[in-house]
Ligand binder design. Structure first.
Ligand SMILES: *[C@@H]1O[C@H](CO)[C@@H](O)[C@H](O)[C@H]1NC(C)=O
Length: 592
C-alpha cells in the first residue's frame, strides 16, 4: 500500500522539518527586512519526490544564508470586501441566470479543449488543432483547474487531476522556457487549485513542488538572479548559467506570490529566499532610476543594474511588477513593511507621470500612459504618451486594492477613474470591445478638461501625416471614435485586465452598476468570439465583422471567464479577504 507508506514518510519529514525550523526560530537578525538563517535546513520538503531529476541537478552557486518567511501579523490587513446587502428575490434570479450563462460558455470552451486537445497546451478554436506553446504540460488544463472547482464542475476537475498526475516536468516541448509564464500559469494554477479545493488533493501540491524545484534551478547563477528566458535542456545537463543583461521587469519582478505561497505550503524557505533577493534589488535602487519610485522596463540582472534604462510604463513588460506589491503585502499577512514602502514610493510618480486624463466628450476618466526619459530632461517636463493598452487595465484593480490594504481612501477615486477609463475604451470600441492599444488626446489640465474638436482633429492629422484627404475621411476610414486619434493595435485576444479591475472594484465598493457593465461586456465579447469549438481571439475588433484568430490563450478560461463568473457569484466565493489572486487570476489562500 504505497499510499499509506508515503503518508508515513511525509509525516516523518514534516515532524523532522518542524523540529529543525524551531531550532532556528530565535536566530533572527536585525537590519534587513527578513531574518537570515543558515541554509542548512533539510533540503527535502514534506511532499518532495526524491527521485525527481531536478532535485539532483547540483547547484553551482548554492545559497549560504536563507531569508526566512516573515511571521504574518493577525489583523494587520484591513477588511477588503464591501459588506454586500441582502439581495431581493428578483435580483437573485437575474444574477443566477447570468452566472449560468457564464458557466455555460466556460463549459463550451472546456469541452472543445477536451475533445480536440486534451493534454496539450491549447486548442485552436477554429481548426481544432492541438498546440504546445507553453512547454507541453497542458497549460489550458492546469490554468483552468481552479475555475472548474469554483464553478462547481467537480467531476471535470477530478478528471483533469488524472492528467495532472501524468505531467512530466523533466521534458519540455520548447528549447527556451519563459520562467515567468511557467510560474504564473503552472505554479500559480497548481497552488490555487490546491488551495481552493480545500487542500484535499495532494497531487496538486506534489506537482507544484515539482514545478518549483525545476524553476529553482533557473536561479542557480553567480548572483542568484534567475534566468527569465531559460534554456531548459542545457540546465538539465548542468551547463553553467548567468542571468540576462536585458531583462523585462515584469518577468523578474513578479514571481513573488507563487514562490511565497510554495514556501508557506512546504515550510521550505528556499523559494521565498529566491524571490526576496530580487525584490531587495528593486528596493535598493528604487530611488536611483530616471523616474525615481518606478523602475525602467528593462534591467540588467547580470550586473544588478536596475536603474539605468529610460522607458517607464505599467503596461506590458512591466505591469505585474507593480500589481504584485500590494498583493505580496497581503500574502505575507503584513509580516513585512517592505512591500508597503515599494508600493507607496511607486505610486507617487505613477500618479504624477503615468496616469493621464484623456480628452473625451464628457467622461472624467484616467488611463495609464508611458513615459520616456532621456535622463537629461527635468522630471517636471517629462512627456507622457497618451497611449492606453488593454494590458494596463489591471491598474484600476491594483489601485483599489492598494487603497483598501494600505488605508488610502482617496486612492479609491483614482481607482474608479482608471476602471472607468477602460470601460470608456470598451464603450467607444466599434463592437463594444477595447482593442489592445489605442491613442488618445491627453488633457492639459486634469481638473478642467473640455472637449475640443479642433484639438482632436489636429492630433488625428498628426497621427496620419501621409494620408490624403480631410480629417473627416481619416476618422471615417480609421474608424476612430471621438477622442481616439489612432488604434495602434486593433486586436482583442480574450484578455482579462478590464474585467479584472471591474471585479476588484465591485467586490470593494459593491457598486451594482459595475455588475451591469460587466454583463454588457460579457455578452459583447462572447457574441464576437464564440466558435463551434471554443472561443477565439479577434484580429481586429475595430471592424464590423471581426476576423477571428485560430487561438484561445489559456487565460480565457483561467482569468477572463473566472472574473465574469465571480462578479455574478456569491461575494463570499473567492473572497478577497481570504485569497490573493495572482496575475493569472489564481487565488492563493491567505494565511491571515
Ligand atoms: C454563452 O453566452 C451567450 C451570451 O450571453 C449566451 O447567449 C449563450 O447561451 C451562452 N452559451 C452557453 C452554452 O451557455
Amino acid at each position: 500500500m504505497p499510499f499509506v507508506k508515503s503518508k508515513i514518510v511525509s509525516l516523518t519529514l514534516i515532524i523532522l522539518g518542524l523540529v529543525f525550523l524551531f531550532s532556528f526560530y530565535h536566530r533572527s537578525q536585525g537590519g534587513s527586512y527578513f531574518p537570515l538563517i543558515p541554509a542548512t535546513k533539510p533540503s527535502v520538503p514534506p511532499s518532495e519526490n526524491s527521485d525527481y531529476v531536478w532535485a539532483h541537478v547540483p547547484q553551482s552557486y548554492p545559497v549560504r544564508e536563507l531569508s526566512r518567511l516573515p511571521q504574518s501579523i493577525p489583523k494587520s490587513i484591513p477588511i477588503i470586501q464591501h459588506s454586500f446587502p441582502h439581495e431581493s428575490r428578483e435580483e437573485r434570479k437575474v444574477r443566477i441566470a447570468r452566472l449560468d450563462t457564464v458557466k455555460g460558455n466556460f463549459t463550451h470552451a472546456w469541452q472543445g479543449y477536451k475533445t480536440h486537445a486534451w493534454g496539450s497546451d491549447e486548442v485552436a478554436p477554429l481548426s481544432g488543432r492541438a498546440q504546445n506553446p507553453f512547454g507541453g504540460w497542458a497549460a489550458t488544463l492546469v490554468d483552468a483547474l481552479d475555475s472548474l472547482w469554483i464553478m462547481g464542475l467537480k467531476d471535470e476537475f477530478e478528471d483533469a487531476l488524472q492528467q495532472v498526475e501524468k505531467l512530466d516536468f523533466t521534458s519540455c516541448s520548447l528549447e527556451e522556457l519563459n520562467v515567468f509564464e511557467t510560474t504564473i500559469r503552472y505554479l500559480g494554477g497548481l497552488l490555487a487549485a490546491y488551495d481552493v479545493s480545500g487542500q484535499k488533493y495532494p497531487v496538486l501540491l506534489r506537482k507544484a513542488v515539482e514545478v518549483g524545484q525545476m524553476l529553482y534551478v533557473a536561479f542557480d547563477t553567480p548572483n542568484r538572479m534567475p534566468i527569465t528566458r531559460w534554456r531548459f535542456h542545457d540546465a538539465l545537463k548542468g551547463v553553467p548559467q548567468e542571468a540576462g543583461d536585458g531583462v523585462l521587469v515584469a518577468e523578474i519582478g513578479s514571481l513573488t506570490l507563487e514562490f511565497t505561497r510554495l514556501s508557506q505550503l512546504t515550510n521550505d524557505d528556499r523559494y521565498f529566499d529566491a524571490i526576496q533577493r530580487i525584490m531587495n534589488e528593486f528596493d535598493s535602487q528604487q530611488d536611483q532610476t530616471k523616474l525615481p519610485g518606478m523602475w525602467p522596463v528593462v534591467v540588467n540582472a547580470r550586473t544588478l543594474n536596475f536603474h539605468e534604462y529610460s522607458g517607464f510604463t505599467i503596461g506590458g513588460m512591466a505591469d505585474s511588477l507593480y500589481e504584485y506589491l500590494p498583493k505580496q503585502h497581503i500574502l505575507l499577512g503584513g509580516g513585512s513593511q517592505q512591500y508597503r514602502k515599494l508600493y507607496r514610493d511607486a505610486m507617487v510618480p505613477m500618479k504624477e507621470h503615468i496616469f493621464f486624463r484623456p480628452m473625451t466628450k464628457g467622461a472624467d476618466v484616467l488611463f495609464p500612459g508611458d513615459v520616456s526619459s532621456d535622463g537629461q530632461t527635468p522630471l517636471s517636463e517629462l512627456h507622457t504618451e497618451a497611449k492606453a493598452q488593454h494590458l494596463s487595465c489591471f491598474a484600476g484593480g491594483m489601485v483599489a486594492l492598494g487603497a483598501k490594504v494600505f488605508d488610502l481612501p482617496e486612492d479609491l477615486d483614482v481607482a474608479r477613474k482608471l476602471v472607468n477609463g477602460c470601460l470608456w475604451g470598451y464603450e467607444t470600441g466599434r463592437l463594444g470591445i477595447m482593442p489592445e492599444i489605442i491613442r488618445t488626446v491627453a488633457c492639459e489640465d486634469t481638473h478642467n478638461c473640455v472637449w475640443d474638436e479642433d484639438r482632436w482633429h489636429h492630433e488625428v492629422n498628426q497621427a496620419f501625416p501621409d494620408d490624403n484627404g480631410s480629417v473627416e475621411d481619416k476618422i471615417k476610414t480609421r474608424r476612430l471614435a471621438p477622442g481616439i486619434t489612432k488604434i495602434d493595435d486593433g486586436r482583442y485576444i480574450l484578455r482579462p485586465e478590464a474585467i479584472e479591475s471591474v471585479f476588484v472594484l465591485y467586490r470593494i465598493t459593491g457598486d451594482r452598476s459595475l455588475a451591469e457593465k460587466a454583463w454588457v461586456m460579457f455578452e459583447t465579447i462572447v457574441k464576437h468570439t464564440i466558435t463551434d469549438i471554443a472561443h477565439a481571439g479577434l484580429n481586429d475588433c475595430t471592424v464590423d465583422d471581426p476576423p477571428k484568430q485560430d487561438r484561445m490563450e489559456s487565460f480565457w478560461m483561467a482569468e477572463t471567464l473566472k472574473y465574469f463568473y465571480l462578479i455574478f457569484a456569491d461575494p463570499h466565493i473567492v473572497s478577497l479577504d481570504e485569497y490573493v489572486l495572482n496575475t493569472e487570476a489564481h487565488p492563493l489562500r491567505r494565511t491571515v
